[in-house]
Design a protein around this ligand. Sequence first.
Ligand code: 13P
Length: 251
Amino acid sequence: MRKPIIAGNWKMNNTVAGTKQLLSELLPLVGDVTETEVVVCVPFTDIATAAAMTAGTNVKVGAQNVAWADKGAFTGEISADMLKEAGAEYVIIGHSERRQYFGETDESVNKRTVQALKNGLKPIVCVGETLAEREGGITEEVLCRQLEGGFSGIASEQMAQIVVAYEPVWAIGTGKTATSAQAEETIAYIRGKLAAMFGKKTADAVRIQYGGSMNPSNAKELMAQPDIDGGLIGGASLKAPDFTAVVKYNG
Ligand code: 13P
């Protein structure tokens, strides 16, 4: 059985003061949830604060990127050691915003994923097609390339520790969610592709999230789909009541 995982991706929002405010509202609401894994992926400068505040609760802290090198001349990057020391357990890799604005490629996603695994950080690896790609009928081709490139050289045992986030780019921040049928169909395709790459047993163990305008009103239906194991939540993760309602999608 795959344990559901709901992760907030705060993106570039919240200073330390904002983090304290949001977590002080959120932790009393979701801090003791056990049936679902709850993660907040916060900006680098908020990780230590979030880790201190969530200590002793069931909420885990994640980062939003990690360098592929251990250390050295990589201005602007952050190492796995630094993230772990600050208190991160998860790390988002290859978000579409990083692919779109910061030149992230399947190859760099792969290198960052390998580095996260090597250092005991749990990767949440994002894949997803653009609107033009969906309308052009090449969604599966795009996902196939992202999965083969992103997970190249990774062993089955390692793959089982990775969370995959399927985020159709056209549904991110647009209020336009994939229908639950669309999301299920595509995520089932991803699981099938992982089965071809890593074997069915591994593919059955990998948790796959949906992301893209997931909110309190659509979370339950999305989470009811057999292959959808969680959500990666942007906008709705910035409001404690909304994020709570997604975490507690079953009411
Ligand atoms: P929204 O929930 O704001 O659409 O963002 C989704 C996302 O990009 C999560 O990583």
